[in-house]
Design a binder for this molecule. Sequence first.
Ligand SMILES: [Zn+2]
Ligand SMILES: [Zn+2]
Ligand SMILES: [Zn+2]
Length: 138
Amino acid sequence: MNETNNWAEALRTRNLKATTNRVGVLQTIEEFDKAIPHSKIQDRLQKVDRVTLYRTLNSLIESGMIHKVSVENDEIFYAICSQKCTTEEHNHQHVHFKCTNCNEVSCVQSNSIETLNLPGYKIESFEIQAKGICSNCS
Ligand SMILES: [Zn+2]
Ligand SMILES: [Zn+2]
Ligand SMILES: [Zn+2]
């Protein structure tokens, strides 16, 4: 089974139609390895117009397949979600790390992050941000 089929399958299990655009966006984000800036997704998918790309990204966020990473003020990054994310909630027990040297943004897993519990509040998203020097640069 190739990757296109994997993504198509993952989309269907979340009740989303496996459109070319959705599969294309997911593949583009996955191939980038790190969190990918919005402008780079647009660069790589030039056939997809701005509004369509925006809608495609939003539908993938709402279905728990990708998440926004907002460590940069001027640009939104996107990354693939783990299996734990659902259409109900995003569950990201990882750090969004911005390297101040190479400017890359990564999702970094850490065992020391606990689930946040705020009695009486319903958490829809939860993000931990850190800046510093990444493992490639140090
Ligand atoms: Zn998520
Ligand atoms: Zn770096
Ligand atoms: Zn992340």
